[in-house]
Design a protein around this ligand. Structure first.
Ligand code: ADP
Length: 378
């Protein structure tokens, strides 16, 4: 059996982990709510990608990715994303429901491949998340030979005086601001689509909201503004309205947390040694599916994985991708990535430490999020 330590330190990392773990859509049985301020704009949802009348190279790209029909959020969002004249959109749905694929498709269909200048700007909270979006764009657009993507991220060196020719620029707020205002690598007046992804993480990161707003302010009035988020809290709302004027709003409610089909057990342990022993006993019985072991801190996760390695359990320092593919059986992780990660094969969740909040009080919600991972198999 393998141990796969993976430590998600913050929201952005857990979001990335999520993206790596999801190979298919997360199903959601809730209805999509659509709210609009301008009742004159026509709203409809699509059942097939054909209904979008995409360029044939792009449709081929979509099908080659294995997408047969639009997801729930895509069915409602795509007609808005592709509307003429452009419509502004705020969309919220949990991770894995198809938001990225939706706006990537919109970017690819909106840009003019024959014209060699940036036309879409897309902001993400981290370097890795920006790259992840770019990979989707490159995959989906693989038959659109003239469309190119570039990355406004730290470390991507562009020599002074360069005028960008790529139609799609994906990056983090700081570097994007630099490219737009200080280095003037692109003409912002020619941008026709602005996408802000993972808005909930964006407002959590110092400076990102104001940088994003500064970029947005310099774009033309008729530029299409889009904002996506997995969650929607009060403070996000204020930010979203600053970025996107007169939006259509789409919301897909998160699945309720339930405890049906989950059996819970506990071991009484007096100290770390006993805990470890209990875990090793259990470890011997984890034969089907996969296990996730939750620790409270990165340090204790580290301690645990080192100890298990020392005791001869076969260990590999690997990424979430291998866990997802079923090659690794045990994922040791800390609190933060408890939410939203859905791995179909997880049959056992071990709370090596029970979750607590900053005041050291029990954190019930996180506990539910953790154990929910086993739901599918009971
Ligand atoms: P989100 O941005 O909401 O987290 P993604 O766009 O990353 O969701 O989609 C989650 C997963 O589902 C990805 O692996 C993606 O390739 C896949 N996916 C997206 N749209 C479809 C679709 N229409 N049909 C099948 N799979 C899809």
């Amino acid at each position: 059996m393998h141990i796969c330590p993976y430590f998600a330190e913050n929201l952005a990392e857990s979001s990335l982990l999520n993206k790596l773990l999801h190979t298919s859509l997360v199903e959601n049985s809730h209805h999509v709510e659509v709210l609009q301020q301008d009742p004159s704009s026509p709203l409809f949802s699509i059942r097939t990608f054909e209904e979008l009348h995409l360029k044939k190279e792009l449709l081929r790209g979509v099908y080659t990715m294995g997408f047969n029909r639009p997801s729930k959020i895509q069915a409602n969002a795509l007609p808005i994303l592709m509307a003429h004249p452009p419509q502004n959109l705020i969309a919220q749905s949990q991770s894995g429901t198809g938001k990225t694929a939706a706006f990537v498709l919109a970017m690819l269909s909106r840009v003019k491949g024959a014209e060699r200048y940036p036309q879409c700007l897309c902001l993400a909270p981290t370097y890795e998340l920006a790259l992840q979006i770019g990979h989707v764009a490159e995959k989906m657009g693989r038959f659109c030979n003239d469309i190119r993507v570039t990355y406004a991220v730290q470390g991507n060196r562009v020599s002074p005086g360069t005028v960008l020719e790529e139609q799609i620029v994906i990056g983090t707020p700081g570097t994007m601001l630099d490219w737009c205002f200080k280095r003037r690598l692109l003409n912002m007046r020619r941008i026709c689509m602005f996408v802000l992804d993972e808005a909930d993480i964006m407002i959590d990161t110092q400076g990102f909201s104001s940088q994003s707003i500064r970029i947005q302010r310099a774009l033309p009035k008729n530029c299409q503004m889009l904002l996506f988020s997995a969650t929607f809290k009060e403070n996000l709302w204020k930010f979203a309205m600053q970025i996107v004027s007169r939006p259509i709003i789409i919301k897909l409610r998160q699945e309720e947390l339930t405890l049906t089909n989950i059996r819970q057990y506990y071991f009484v342990c007096r100290n770390w040694e006993q805990k470890y022993e209990a875990l090793c006993n259990l470890y011997g019985s984890i034969t089907i599916g996969q296990a996730m072991i939750f620790c409270q801190t990165r340090r204790s996760a580290d301690w645990l994985s080192v100890k298990m390695i020392q005791d001869g359990h076969q260990v590999a320092m690997l990424t979430a991708e291998l866990f997802r593919d079923g090659k690794e059986k045990v994922l040791i992780t800390t609190n933060v990535c408890a939410r939203g990660i859905d791995v179909a094969q997880v049959t056992i969740v071990v709370n090596f430490s029970l979750p607590t909040n900053h005041q050291k009080q029990p954190d019930f919600e996180t506990y539910l999020h953790r154990i929910r991972r086993t739901r599918r198999f009971g």
